[in-house]
Design a protein around this ligand. Structure first.
Ligand code: 13P
Length: 288
């Protein structure tokens, strides 16, 4: 059964580790992530962007697929199904469809409007036992059409949003979706520290987990990050393994063109990436 992400992230913050949010795109992605979480005895959050939700047929289709896999694969670790960078309307659609967690990305609105919309959604989500993430200070780069400038969050604005009763908060600290450019300045730990000082126990979220060096990940966790989002890295490992299979001509040997064979190396590669991240984030063995 899906659970809200609130408890798993409170535990993570108190225990000084982070739970990974891995974005899903299809059945293979979802199965690989769920099986790895089960094997690692780790809690996990499945992230769905609005674009990926549409690609998979819609939010009801996603909920049906995930719930079916939880049952058929006997997934006995905590799993949350979370809307990633949701619009105001998208959040309502996911609450109705059966998601267990939502993110409202109001970072592009003036702070007053972000506060007003977040307040309304906190009420709607909590009324159904669903957790809610909010964002202050945009995440740089582009993810599924959501483009951000990457400015650091204002700690006072973070406090204002935290006080609305959100369950976890994404604060921009110089992080970027996708690959980091060679001249990237790194995460602003000064901002993260200031945000944590004002928001206290609230679990903080680090977006743009792809390509952040291990030492920065560990430092971010030590400063209150309890959820780390990873998307591009699974896409890159899936693509590399699939390319290798095809370049080696394996799709042309025997029944190598069978989609179940063709997509298998990519699915295995995702498992390896997820495992590596769970080990780095410290969530292995924390399911119980
Ligand atoms: P990456 O694609 O950079 O891993 O970021 C994922 C993310 O933050 C999803 O919201």
């Amino acid at each position: 059964m899906l659970v809200s992400a609130t408890e798993m992230l409170k535990k993570a913050k108190a225990g000084h580790y982070a739970v990974g949010q891995f974005n899903i795109n299809n059945l293979e992605w979802t199965k690989s992530i769920l099986l790895t979480a089960k094997e690692m005895r780790s809690p996990v959050i499945l992230g769905v962007s609005e674009g990926a939700g549409k690609y998979m047929g819609g939010y009801h289709a996603v909920v049906g697929m995930v719930n079916g896999l939880l049952k058929d694969l006997d997934i006995d670790v905590p799993v949350a199904l979370h809307l990633d960078h949701g619009s105001f309307e998208g959040c309502y659609k996911c609450i109705e469809a059966g998601f267990s967690s939502i993110m409202f990305d109001g970072s592009h609105y003036p702070i007053e409007e972000n506060v007003q919309k977040t307040t309304e959604l906190v009420k709607a989500a909590h009324g159904k036992g669903i957790s809610i993430e909010a964002e202050v200070g945009s995440i740089g780069g582009e993810e599924d059409g959501v483009v951000g400038m990457g400015e650091c969050a204002d700690p006072k604005e973070c406090k204002a949003i935290a006080d609305l009763g959100v369950d976890f908060l994404a604060a921009g600290i110089g992080n970027i979706h996708g690959k980091y450019p060679a001249n990237w300045k790194g995460l602003s730990f000064e901002t993260l520290d200031a945000v944590q000082q004002l928001t206290g126990e609230l679990p903080l979220v680090l977006h743009g987990g792809t390509g952040i060096p291990a030492d920065m990940i560990k430092k971010a966790i030590s400063l209150g990050v309890a959820k780390i989002n990873v998307n591009t890295e699974c896409q890159l490992s899936f693509a590399a393994a699939t390319r290798k299979y095809i370049e080696e001509g394996k799709d042309q040997q025997g029944k190598g063109f069978d989609p179940r064979k063709l997509l298998a190396p990519g699915a295995e590669a995702i498992k390896a990436t997820v495992k590596e991240k769970m080990e780095l984030f410290g969530s292995v063995g924390k399911a119980e």
